[in-house]
Every structure is written in structure tokens, then in C-alpha cells.
Design a protein around this ligand. Sequence first.
Ligand SMILES: *Cc1c(COP(=O)(O)O)cnc(C)c1O
Length: 473
Amino acid sequence: MMDYISTRDGARRKYCSSEVLIKGLADDGGLFVPVDFPRIDFSGSETYIEMASAIFNQFLTDFEKNDVQNIVRQTYSEFNPSVLTNISDQLSFLELWHGKTSAFKDVALQILPRLLTQALRNRNEGAEIVILVATSGDTGKAALEGFANVPQTRIAVFYPQDGVSDTQKLQMVTQEGDNVAVFAIKGNFDDAQTAVKKVLNDGDYLKSKPNVLFSSANSINWGRLMPQIVYYFSSYFAVAKANKKVNFIVPTGNFGDILAGYYAKKMGLPIAQLVCASNKNHVLTDFIQTGEYSIKREFHKTISPSMDILVSSNLERLLFDVYDGNAAAIARLMRDLSERGAFKIGRQQLEKIQETFVADFATEEETKNAIKTAYTQHHYLIDTHTAVAFSVYEKHRSDNKTVILSTASPYKFPQDVYHAIYNENAADYAAALYDKTGCEIPKNIKELKNKRVLHTGIVEKGELKGALDEFLK
Ligand SMILES: *Cc1c(COP(=O)(O)O)cnc(C)c1O
């Protein structure tokens, strides 16, 4: 039986996986983590679906094995979650964006609603579940597609008014489904994330809605992280043989994707380095290099908006691990962060982090150059987020085989990608990019032009509850 505990609970109260998926966030504000990461051995000949089922079964011990397998099979036969493109003997891109919304978030968010509704059945829970999402652009759409019209669920998404790309925004405001709501929030992603966490921690408000359960589809939910562990295993076996170590470079924002790699390593996967690649908002680079995490700095809007984040929520799970489960220490660090805007970890803990993690960042100029280099030298089109990772790769080449996690289709950010390569304007950037490169436009993006805008609400960051009351009436 796999138990879960909260990163901030010194009493270590135990939860089962169904509870953890349903709750999303612990009552004390901490994040749920499994008490153990069992070693797992694959031969390398397993399919993605077999690997996913085996990994999920380690963590979802109060689910029937049959249910897990059916859910995994349904989800990952609808699209290929991980497509590997080799650029050279040494370097591969793991394209994680062949799902419905053309971002890697689909890998987890296509399966989360199925896991969650199964968890409700496991618990004999008849109440409706309301999913709240703060999005820096891609989570929102992927969660909307995952939850649209799923019985017993409703979903409300909050995105920063001026913090997402035109394509990202259009994807969200045209979302169909009778259980969905989408709001622009006046503020940046951190404001949106803080506001959503506040509602999820507001006991009085939650009590005022006795017939619904609130939860989160952000990567603070364990059900978001767990599916991401799988593609580290599957891609490892596709590029490496005989226990050779592999480096992964991960364009990072909320620290969910890269943390899944750390968990894969804890489960026995021979990962040499996890390279944490940030954009101009390089709070994580500074932290991993110095041990001091400080959000007392300017927030920059960049061409990789899904990484425009200062408060990287999942870092708390890594801290919990390197502090050997010392919840009091984590609670103290998180209090420092919210009261003083900064915290500093001990030297021993920093050394532990640096055993696995390397960190660097790319400026806006470097990001654009990386897009151009990938295309002109390798005839390979990458999006702005993947370009941050590629730029960092060029600074940290090593002899190990390297996998760069490619997190979005270039057609989610066609204007910036086109400008980076051709340095000229176009009337329709996606069409122009297609004309010049011949690289296919994903169907969901091509169809956006013909969709109706259905969601126009704008809320102040302190007024989420009002918007929710209206939605839940
Ligand atoms: C969400 C996202 C990221 C960052 O992933 P985290 O898990 O938040 O670190 C990177 N690239 C793209 C395209 C994303 O949508």
C-alpha cells in the first residue's frame, strides 16, 4: 500500500492515492508526496502503455489494476505521448506535444480526469468535483480539453490577462463544453496561482459550498506529476543501452516536468544530469547555483510565457526530499518565502541538489538564436520554450547522450518562431511558417480561426470567489 503525506505536516498523517488525487493540495497548504519511490526495472522492450501501467500501479495502490490499465490504454492509444527525434548521435528531442492542445501538458491532463473520476468511484464519493486552474498558458487549455463534458466535474481556468500568447488565449476562450469557465485575471501567473491556492486553502469558503469538492489540475496535483515520470523511462530506453547514463534538459517553470525526472531517477533510471533551463525569469538558476531562492526581483514577460514564473510550486517537493522529509523545515522555508520573499537552504541540502541538477538560463536573444540555429543547422523547427533548453544545451554540452524535452509545438508561438528565423513580418504567421518550412500545422491550431469566442470574463485577482459563485450557481 502506497501512502502519501503532506510536505508541511510534521504529524505525517497518511492519505491514499484516491484521496490525494481528489484533494489536489493538502489542508495545511503543503503538497502531497508518496512516502516511498519503489525501484522499477524495465527490460526496455515494453511499450509506453506497459511502462505507464507498471509505474502507475506502484503509486495508485487503492485502484484496481484493471482500472489503471484500461485508463492508460484508452488515453495513450488516442495519441502518441512521446515522439523522439534524433538530431545527432548524441542529441535527441523528445516531442511531448502530439496531443489535443499541442503542449506537453496533454500527456498528464488527458489522463487526469479519468484517474480522478475513478478515484471518486473508489471513494464512493457522489459530490461534484470543481477543478480550479491557474495557467501560464498551456495548462489551461490542456485541462479544459481533458475535463470538458466529463460527468461529475466542472472546471474554471484563470489566465493572466496579458501573459499568454495570442494562440494560447484563443485556444482557451473558444473552449466548448457545458461544465467549463474561463476568466482573464488582472495580474501575472504568480498572482493567478496565488489566488487559486488561496481559494483552495480558504476553509470557510469551501464549507460554504458543501455539495462540491474543490481540487486542482495544476502540477501541484500528484495526478499531474506521476504521468510525467513515464516518458523519462520510455525515452531513456529509446536512446541508451547497457546502463549508460543520459542527461535530460528540461525547459522549466513550475518545476513539475523536471521533478518527474528526479523521481524517475529515484526509481532507478540511470540519469546523469537533470539540466534545469530557465528563461529571463531565472529564479531557479540562481537557486540551484547558490541555495538562495528569492522572488524579490523584476518579473519579465518573455517569448516563452509558460515559463514566466517566480514562485515555482513543485520545488517544495524537491526540498522535502533533500531535507529527508523534515516537514517543519519545509514549513519554515515556505513561511520565509511568503513573509520575506526569499529563503535559503543549508549547504548539505544544496550539495544534494547539485549532485543531480545543473541550471542555466537563456536570454531572449539567446532563445531566438537557438530557434534559428536549430532550423538552419538541423532543419528542425522548435518552439520558444524548447529553444530555451536548446540554448542551455549549447552551453553545457557533455559526452553523455542528451534528451531535450520539447514541450510545445512551434505553431503555438508562430509569430516568435517566424521572427526568429526570418526576421520579417507576415499577415498570418502560422501559414507563413508552413509555406517556408513545410512543417505541418497541428489540426487543433488550424481549426482555431473558425471557432467562436465563448469566454470574455475578466476578474481582479482578489475576486475569484465572486466569479466562482456565479459559475457554480
Ligand atoms: C508548462 C510548460 C513548461 C514548464 O513546465 P513546468 O512543469 O511548469 O516546469 C515548459 N514549456 C511549456 C511549453 C509549457 O507549457
